[in-house]
Write a protein that binds this ligand. Structure first.
Ligand code: EPU
Length: 332
């Protein structure tokens, strides 16, 4: 276990904010976590890779971080494997492992930043696949009493970028292991956006090819946090009623959209782009020039600058389209 006081989180948040946590604890095992829980006082924030949050200032409580590692096949038959992964594993290391072993299911989620624990909290998703499609079990420890609790997928109440761990049980459980179901005879999912186009005329496409295509798409569109601070998509894509969608479509026939349960999803990035924000900035906070859904730290931006840009963009989208958009990034 590692423990620090007044610890800088500069290298632990992809927005590149130089803020401090009063106490920072990194544990290596479920047992260590359980032993450490009684020492916790005041506010607690459990962090993963820090790739989906924006700190408004120094954090006065304890920041916890998992260093629980390990990728283990726990069950298999001719068609499937169940793989149990430590919450502290880097998500993309797990995806790379799965692809190397020929196990399908997560290749479309290649290069998503963050750690395995967060995949189960956030229900990460990209290119037509979401974490919930492959999650079988989520092992947790309850922060109030150190008791272990295992959640089945249905109990996690997954929806688009949502789970019970972000809603009713927010901050109450720490994820220690996630078990995923992967396929030995992978079914490729290439229908989303430009994945097929990226693969070109290639025959006998493998999950390795899909992983590479997605890495290429992401690298072309999304800024590298090591070069320019950002937290991926800053906003969620809103779902509007069919009625509302049809009325907007009259004015914008070229508007991209996806039919989803409960309505129609409209890409917030497209709306922000239509408002003329792509590549523009307010102070040291900018809207990424290749994907308007991403806000970037142009160098030394304060959280306030990012938040002001976020609010201005939301207001403009509302004025133009009558649709409220909301941050996907957690403001701490
Ligand atoms: N678009 C524009 N201009 C922009 C951005 C997008 O016109 O500046 C249009 C695109 O041309 C496309 C549509 O909007 O027709 C959707 O764009 P894209 O495929 O890039 O996806 P997105 O809806 O903007 C979501 C996820 C991404 C994920 C991609 C691919 C959310 C909040 N974001 O973005 O996730 O990689 O789909 O599946 O759902 C992340 O969460 O950090 C993230 C990057």
């Amino acid at each position: 276990m590692k423990e620090y006081k007044d610890y800088s989180l500069l290298t632990h948040n992809t927005f590149g904010m130089d803020i401090k946590a009063k106490r920072y604890v990194e544990y290596d095992s479920e047992e260590e976590l359980k032993t450490m829980i009684p020492t916790l006082m005041g506010e607690v924030l459990h962090m993963g890779g820090g790739s989906n949050l924006l700190f408004k200032g120094d954090y006065a409580g304890t920041v916890l971080h998992s260093a629980i590692h390990g990728i283990e096949i726990v069950e298999e038959n001719d068609d499937e494997v169940l793989v149990r992964v430590g919450a502290g594993e880097v998500w993309d290391d797990f995806v790379a492992w799965a692809v190397e072993h020929g196990f399908g299911g997560v290749e479309n989620l290649s290069l998503i930043p963050g750690e395995v624990g967060a995949s189960a909290v956030q229900n990460i998703g990209a290119y037509g696949v979401e974490a919930k499609d492959v999650i079988v079990l989520v092992e947790t420890v309850e922060l109030s009493n150190g008791q272990k609790r295992v959640f089945g997928t249905l109990e996690c109440d997954y929806a688009y970028r949502q789970s019970i761990f972000k809603k009713q049980l927010k901050g109450k459980y720490v994820i220690t292991f996630v078990t995923y179901r992967l396929q030995k005879k992978p079914q490729l999912r290439l229908e989303y956006g430009n994945v097929k186009a990226m693969l070109g005329e290639k025959e006998d496409v493998t999950i390795g090819d899909v992983r590479q295509a997605i890495i290429d798409i992401r690298n072309a569109k999304l800024p590298d946090p090591k070069v320019q601070g950002n937290a991926g998509s800053f906003f969620m894509n809103p779902v509007v009623s069919r009625e509302k969608f049809l009325s907007i479509q009259k004015d914008y026939p070229q508007m991209p959209f996806y039919e989803v349960e409960g309505g129609v999803k409209i890409p917030a990035g497209w709306m922000i782009d239509q408002c003329g924000w792509k590549g523009k900035s307010l102070g040291r906070a900018g809207v990424h020039d290749k994907q308007a859904l991403v806000l970037v730290n142009l160098g030394g931006a304060t959280s306030n600058e990012i938040i002001t840009l976020c609010e201005t963009v939301c207001k403009d989208v509302y004025e133009k389209f009558g649709i409220e958009i909301h941050p996907e990034v957690n403001l701490i």
